[in-house]
Design a protein around this ligand. Structure first.
Ligand SMILES: NC(=O)c1ccc[n+]([C@@H]2O[C@H](COP(=O)([O-])OP(=O)(O)OC[C@H]3O[C@@H](n4cnc5c(N)ncnc54)[C@H](O)[C@@H]3O)[C@@H](O)[C@H]2O)c1
Length: 260
């Protein structure tokens, strides 16, 4: 219970990795504000997680600064402070690079990069206002911050930018005792990935041939890295991205894949 008594806010937490982070924080004694653009999914998650004294939810489209500010304000109103901010909301569009419109580019960058920037700013302002105690800001990146998949240009560009957002904010906010870090998962078995990637055997084989651990990751295996980075066990880590990726980034060749 190293995080017991802390207050966290998470964007894009109605499902997937964000929801897993909320569950992990709750089991570690953290009070949590979850937020999402999808109100129905958010209501369902609140009902399923229960814990009304430690959990509350607020609508948020992360590309809107006022919405992100409201997430932080909700943490302060409901739980008195903010110690941990997880900028998790993200979208991906599979497209040929030549087909990407200006709107496609703006939409993905607005959620994945501008949204995270708003989260960094809003959280940091609150943490500074609270005094010297500082805090931790965690950006949900991806192996695509470093890797180049030709049909994921807007996504990769946004996560590449997030790497520098994390580094620059870490340096700027270190004097305020705020650590800024990122988590860059490989292929994690969220709803999106299970239906879009693991539904086709070719696609599954393509990903698994590049995954030495030989399976997709569970959302809880990302949440445990988030919990570590949020804790004082990670007190000397700032500005870096940690990659829970089943060995994907270090692999320089493909590996044989077992048939299902
Ligand atoms: N699943 C993976 O394999 C994987 C790998 C690397 C990185 N990631 C990153 O992890 C994060 C979460 O991904 P996931 O797999 O859980 O996805 P998901 O699609 O399962 O969940 C994402 C959540 O974000 C919400 N969301 C979308 N746009 C939003 C917006 N504008 N404002 C607020 N909420 C919004 C969605 O409604 C959804 O609930 C993303 O940043 C993604 O890029 C995922």
């Amino acid at each position: 219970m190293k995080l017991s008594g802390k207050v966290a806010a998470i964007t894009g937490a109605a499902r997937g990795i964000g929801r897993a982070c909320a569950e992990r924080f709750l089991s570690d004694g953290v009070k949590v504000v979850i937020s999402d653009v999808d109100n129905d999914a958010l209501d369902k998650t609140v009902a399923e997680l229960g814990r009304p004294k430690e959990l509350c939810a607020v609508h948020c489209h992360v590309a809107r600064r006022a919405d992100v500010d409201r997430v932080v304000a909700t943490a302060v109103r409901e739980f008195g402070r903010l110690d941990i901010m997880v900028n998790n909301a993200g979208v991906a569009r599979n497209q040929d690079i030549l087909e990407i419109t200006e709107k496609d580019f703006d939409d993905v960058l607005a959620v994945n990069l501008k949204g995270a920037f708003f989260g960094v700013q809003a959280a940091a302002k609150q943490m500074i206002a609270q005094g010297a105690g500082g805090g931790v800001i965690i950006n949900m990146s991806s192996v695509n911050a470093l890797l180049a998949i030709p049909t994921l240009a807007t996504y990769a560009i946004s996560k590449g930018g997030m790497k520098q957002l994390t580094s620059v904010a870490a340096v700027a906010l270190a004097p305020h005792n705020i650590r800024v870090v990122a988590v860059g998962p490989g292929t994690i078995l969220t709803d999106m990935v299970s239906s879009a990637i693991f539904s086709s055997d070719d696609a599954r084989r393509s990903v698994m041939s590049r995954t030495p651990i030989g399976r997709g990751g569970e959302p809880s295996e990302v949440a445990s890295v988030v919990a570590f980075l949020a804790s004082d066990d990670a007190s000397y880590i700032t500005g870096q991205t940690i990659y829970p990726d089943g060995g994907r980034l270090i692999l320089n060749y493909t590996v044989p894949v077992k048939d299902k």
